[in-house]
Design a protein around this ligand. Structure first.
Ligand code: FES
Length: 397
């Protein structure tokens, strides 16, 4: 259906020469319609009256299926229904994958890693295909079953009156009737199935994050720990990333200039030669840590109850901003401030990374460090607070 607007002024209805006028002359005159007339009119008459009220003149209206029930019409209906069905199947697949696919984090090389890695692609693909198929189905329905209509509408303003309101509803109902939707059970059924599945899917997707419990597992829950967590008493070294995961460069205090910062990652001797484990240590999102060496004479103020986490002029903080998780890795050595470029949060490095500017409300978690007998910097434990955004609303101070 298409409607063309004209500036010809109200009441200037006209027929294109030679075009078929689909609505007969008995269409009621809007100015003479009474409430009794409205009650007596058929839906089709009300729809025509609505067009008249809007100064709409239908100059062409052709039913694509003038003879109901032909094989071609049934074929067209099956084609539309098939797209709705594909949409419903994809929606169901999305729902099942969203709820049942293994989504718990698995490191590369761990059992179940492939399934974990496929979680996002699978739910993305099924949801995308489902929406695409739904769109194709709607477009197909409009193209195949809507009457080919050309109308001219005159411009006019002002609010709608009672007659207009009632007739518009009738017009909409008539439009549905014209497409024969009432007798197309297969399309109605599959369309209902597809939209129903998506409605349920979207509802589940909206509620699911509120249902899943990130604290499942208690103190051992993954969200409590980073890759710096000591395991079986094995020494966790501070490692510099050269870009080659298999090249192990451990950090000594003398490797760093005063007033500078470097990014370090955890390394255990048991990981040497294990490419997957080495790569995982570099890629795990809560592992990146900034090692800062203050200039001589700088006074470090630890958080109350968190003393002894620094090694002299050396401190180590998580690089993950406690606001929204950006890498907060800009160190300004003159002011000893750490800056997050995303929303300009600033943390005072000499005061246990206390936030002093911007939206971050929690200090950056600090990693306890020392130097071992061999002269290497090592971590003596995990971070002193949860790594990441401030919605945790917990941790130190
Ligand atoms: S993520 Fe760092 S300030 Fe917003």
């Amino acid at each position: 259906m298409s409607t063309t607007r004209s500036d010809g002024g109200p009441g200037t209805g006209r027929h294109s020469s030679g075009a078929r006028a689909p609505h007969p002359a008995e269409t009621p005159n809007p100015a003479q319609v009474t409430e009794a007339d409205l009650d007596a009119m058929s839906q089709e008459q009300l729809a025509r009256l609505a067009a008249n009220l809007d100064d709409v003149e239908v100059v062409h209206n052709a039913n694509p299926w003038p003879i109901p029930g032909t094989r071609a019409e049934k074929r067209a209906a099956r084609s539309v229904a098939l797209w709705f069905l594909i949409s419903a199947v994809c929606g169901l697949a999305f729902l099942v994958a969203f709820l049942a696919w293994p989504h718990e984090y698995r490191a590369p090389g761990d059992p179940g890693y492939v399934m974990y890695a496929l979680y996002t692609p699978v739910i993305g693909t099924t949801l995308g295909l489902g929406i695409l198929a739904l769109g194709v189905a709607v477009i197909q329905y409009v193209k195949k079953f809507f009457p080919e209509e050309v109308s001219i509408q005159q411009r006019h303003g002002g609010p709608s009156d009672e007659v207009a309101r009632r007739t518009v509803i009738a017009q909409l109902q008539q439009a549905g009737k014209d497409t024969g939707i009432g007798r197309r059970g297969m399309i109605l059924g599959t369309a209902g199935l597809a939209t129903g599945v998506f409605a349920v899917g979207l509802g589940v997707a909206a509620v699911a994050p509120l249902v899943r419990n990130p604290w499942k597992g208690g103190p051992d829950a993954a969200l409590w720990h980073s890759g710096w967590r000591p395991v079986n008493g094995e020494t966790v070294y501070l490692r510099y990333d050269t870009g080659d995961p298999s090249e192990i460069v451990l950090v000594r205090p003398e490797d760093q200039e005063p007033g500078s910062m470097m990014t370090v990652f955890p390394f255990r001797e048991s990981e040497r030669g294990n490419e997957e484990a080495l790569l995982n240590a570099l890629r795990r999102s809560d592992n990146p840590t900034m090692l800062i060496r203050f200039r001589p004479g700088t006074v470090f103020v630890p958080a109350p109850g968190h003393e002894g986490l620094n090694y002299g002029d050396y401190v180590a903080y998580s690089k993950v901003c406690t606001h929204l998780g950006c890498p907060a890795s800009l160190f300004e050595s003159q002011t000893n401030r750490i800056l997050c470029p995303c929303h300009q949060s600033q943390f005072v490095a000499t005061e246990h990374a206390r936030p002093v500017f911007g939206p971050a409300a929690r200090p950056l978690p600090q990693l306890p460090i020392t130097v071992n007998d061999a002269g290497y910097l090592v971590a003596t434990g995990d971070f002193d607070g949860p790594v990441g955004p401030a919605f945790w609303e917990m941790g130190k101070i």
